[in-house]
Write a protein that binds this ligand. Structure first.
Ligand code: GDP
Ligand code: MG
Length: 321
């Protein structure tokens, strides 16, 4: 344990030099929320801001991982180094998706310019965004030009991605009428670029037109959102996607503002607090918590008053014997 702590400055230095083994080790420390993690995150702070963080989100099966793989190839052609954070918030039962992600990006495993990491769990801090944001920072500090964040669209995860990514790409596939509806409900609001993947399939053009029509109904004073068609398997449309990402990234860098960063930190903090409170309520065997639970059951206490008391209890020792 002591050895790990005393090695931390050296590990951070090696990471900043871009050494993949140091990056891998640092990610493991951050993912498991070890005490050394905060030292590394502090050491890398002056080295942040180089990377463009690109979020890829959308329903399962639309081809996100396949498209990420093809996009990586395009970025490598353009001389960019790449980091990938593949986040899968699903249960262990459907967790095979993570394996699928690895297989689809396997062609890049021997390329030192590509570093891929899957985050299979929600992480020690509770929210997947907490781990994902920190892992993206580590990749940034390690000098990766582009950090790609793949998340499965669940509603909440798009919002989380929106807070981490500089450029948000929302992906759908042809003929998924319901998904187009889902995209309509809020997800459109966070998208910088919309992609209809599987352009080789019959309904691709129609889906593209639907999305464009939907965007056309929006307030005209809003920024324009390109709708692109890609075929991730035959690798068409990916050059246009890379161009569109670069265009958005250019705009973002120009109006980079500190309050957005503070907003992101607040969001991460709120998630960590929620996780701590949840652990406390679910695992505490104290009389205080038992009394609050009973009070709510017997309708002597409202839920919000109960919640306030839990937070007060957390603020004290958090236990009563
Ligand atoms: N026809 C076609 N199939 C694709 C395309 N892109 C991905 N797929 C297939 O769609 C399935 C799901 O792909 P995957 O990348 O794992 O989707 P994810 O769950 O969104 O990451 C796989 O069988 C892919 O081979 C495409 O452009 N066209
Ligand atoms: Mg995937």
């Amino acid at each position: 344990m002591d050895r790990t702590v005393s090695d931390t400055p050296r590990l951070a230095a090696r990471l900043i030099e871009g050494e993949p083994a140091a990056l891998a080790r640092a990610i493991s420390l951050v993912e498991s929320d070890t005490p050394a993690a905060i030292d590394i995150l502090r050491a890398i702070r002056p080295h942040l801001g180089h990377a463009v963080v690109v979020g890829f989100t959308g329903p399962p099966g639309v081809g996100k991982s396949t498209l990420v793989n093809t996009y990586i190839a395009e970025l490598r052609k353009r001389g960019k180094s790449v980091g990938v954070v593949a986040v899968d918030p699903s249960s262990p039962i459907t967790g095979g998706a993570v394996l699928g992600d690895r297989i689809r990006m396997a062609e890049h495993t021997l390329d030192q310019g590509v570093f891929i990491r899957s985050l299979a769990s929600r992480g020690a801090l509770g929210g997947l965004s907490a781990s994902a944001a920190q892992v993206a920072d580590l990749m940034d500090a390690a000098g990766r030009d582009v950090v790609i964040l793949e998340t499965v669209g669940t509603g909440q995860s798009e919002v989380e991605m929106a807070m981490i990514a500089d450029v948000r790409v929302v992906i759908s596939a042809p003929g998924m009428g319901d998904d187009v509806q889902a995209i309509k409900a809020g997800i459109l609001e966070i998208a910088d670029i919309l992609v209809v993947n599987k352009a080789d399939q019959p309904l691709a053009l129609q889906t593209c037109q639907q999305l464009k029509a939907m965007l056309g109904l929006r307030d005209l004073t809003r920024r324009s959102v390109p709708v692109l068609c890609t075929d991730a398997i035959n690798r068409t449309g990916v050059g246009d996607l890379a161009d569109a990402v670069e265009a958005v990234a250019g705009r973002v860098k120009q109006r980079e503002n500190r309050s957005a960063v503070a907003g992101r930190t607040r969001h991460l903090l709120a998630q960590a607090v929620a996780k701590a409170a949840e652990t406390h309520v679910m695992q505490s065997r104290t009389q205080t918590i038992a009394a609050i639970v009973q009070g709510i059951q017997e309708a002597r206490l409202s839920l919000s008053e109960g919640a306030r008391q839990v937070l007060n209890n957390l603020g004290g020792e958090g236990h009563d014997g």
